[in-house]
Design a binder for this molecule. Structure first.
Ligand code: HEM
Length: 351
């Protein structure tokens, strides 16, 4: 309810925005054009333009690319057949960044660099950040923005069939994205999209193996239901906050303008009033909207892409290694913003 209520939002109400630390100037210059940090007409315009380029047709057209990337990664995993392998490192981590690079039209040789920038930037979202973390985030933001600027300029003169070119062309009511908005949007797509997808894949494999889920749950007519249940049962993002825009009462609590409330998506997905037997993983559970991708005006723009990656990757992994087994208890990483595994050791046996 709070996610869908316009008394609450992501952008600080006037007079409440915390001062931008000088050490994070370049980082916040990018954040200033990020739809995730905006509300009202500014958010609507940016999101509308991005959705014009990020269409379901374009996402579906990525299937052959995602299949090829999965097969290439699984060939690499198979080289270690018979031994223990960390599937998180070998499969779940490289897949989403390669898909987003292909979507954006950025060369795949850049993946490691994009990830290094993205990791340094998202590290800022920890409450225990140090000056060294801030300095690394700011320098990553500077370098990432410079790289994207040159890329956007190249696509302006030499258009291709990639998302950057389509974002440049996207137009609504005579409005287009400025270069700064294009840069922030591309960085947001990578930063918001990469790690959550890595962890959703890792958690999905862990959950399916731990519950000895029959392979039938990955069949074409059942996979979508299974994926929704994995995302409900153990989502990779648990916490988002909202500013309060007016003195108000909500669910019996009094709030003042400028207060912040924490919304626990993971807990909402286990709410006994909303779900039967919520703590049980039931891959046949009838699908209804869960909170893994949020709700309301900030509902995840990348949800169709994330679901598609899982839809392609999971059946391919289990078809290739039908006797896949956990070889060590998976551990969750001790991180603030993302809920995900630090390792996923499995024993492989190829078909
Ligand atoms: C399983 C993977 C993913 C999960 C669980 C996830 C989750 C979320 C959630 C919960 C929000 C809303 C945050 C809020 O309300 O404050 C969100 C927003 C967003 N996500 Fe995702 N996400 C995933 C993958 C992706 C991917 C692959 C992309 C892009 C390629 C992406 C791009 C975005 C963007 C741009 C927003 C901001 C939308 C807005 O502010 O209007 N996400 N995501």
């Amino acid at each position: 309810m709070a996610l869908r209520d316009n008394r609450f939002g992501r952008e600080a109400p006037e007079g409440f925005a915390p001062p931008v630390p000088a050490a994070l100037r370049a980082f916040y210059d990018i954040d200033a054009h990020s739809m995730l940090e905006l509300e009202g007409p500014h958010h609507r315009r940016l999101r509308g333009l991005v959705l014009r380029a990020f269409t379901s047709r374009r996402i579906k057209a990525l299937v052959p690319d995602i299949e090829a990337i999965c097969d290439d990664l699984l060939d690499g995993v198979a080289d270690g057949a018979g031994t223990d392998t960390d599937l998180l490192q070998r499969f779940c981590q490289p897949l989403p960044v390669r898909v987003i690079s292909r979507l954006l039209g950025v060369p795949e040789e850049m993946c490691d660099q994009l990830l290094a920038w993205s990791n340094a930037m998202v590290a800022v979202y920890t409450p225990l950040r140090t000056p060294a973390i801030e300095a690394a985030a700011n320098s990553a933001a500077t370098d990432f923005a410079a790289f994207m600027r040159s890329y956007v300029e190249a696509r302006r003169t030499t258009p291709r069939d990639d998302l950057i070119t389509h974002l440049i062309a996207a137009e609504e009511d005579g409005e287009k994205l400025s270069t700064d908005e294009l840069i922030s949007t591309c960085i947001l797509l990578l930063n918001a999209g990469h790690e959550a997808t890595v962890h959703s894949l890792g958690i999905a494999v862990k959950t399916l193996l731990e519950h000895q889920t029959p392979h039938g749950a990955l069949a074409d007519d059942r996979i979508d239901t299974t994926i929704e249940e994995v995302l409900r049962y153990d989502p990779p993002l648990h916490f988002f906050d909202r500013w309060v825009y007016e003195d108000t009462q909500f669910m019996g609590h009094d709030f003042k303008r400028g207060d912040k409330i924490g919304l626990l998506l993971g807990a909402a997905n286990r709410d006994g009033d909303a779900w039967d037997d919520p703590d049980t993983f039931t891959p046949t559970r009838p699908v209804k909207q869960n909170m893994a991708f949020g709700a309301g005006i900030h509902f995840c723009v990348g949800a169709p892409l994330a679901r598609l990656e899982m839809r392609v990757a999971l059946p391919r992994l289990f078809a290739r290694f039908p006797a896949l087994q956990l070889s060590d208890a998976p551990h969750y990483a001790n991180t603030w913003h993302f809920h995900g595994l630090s390792t996923l050791h499995v024993r492989l046996r190829e078909k």
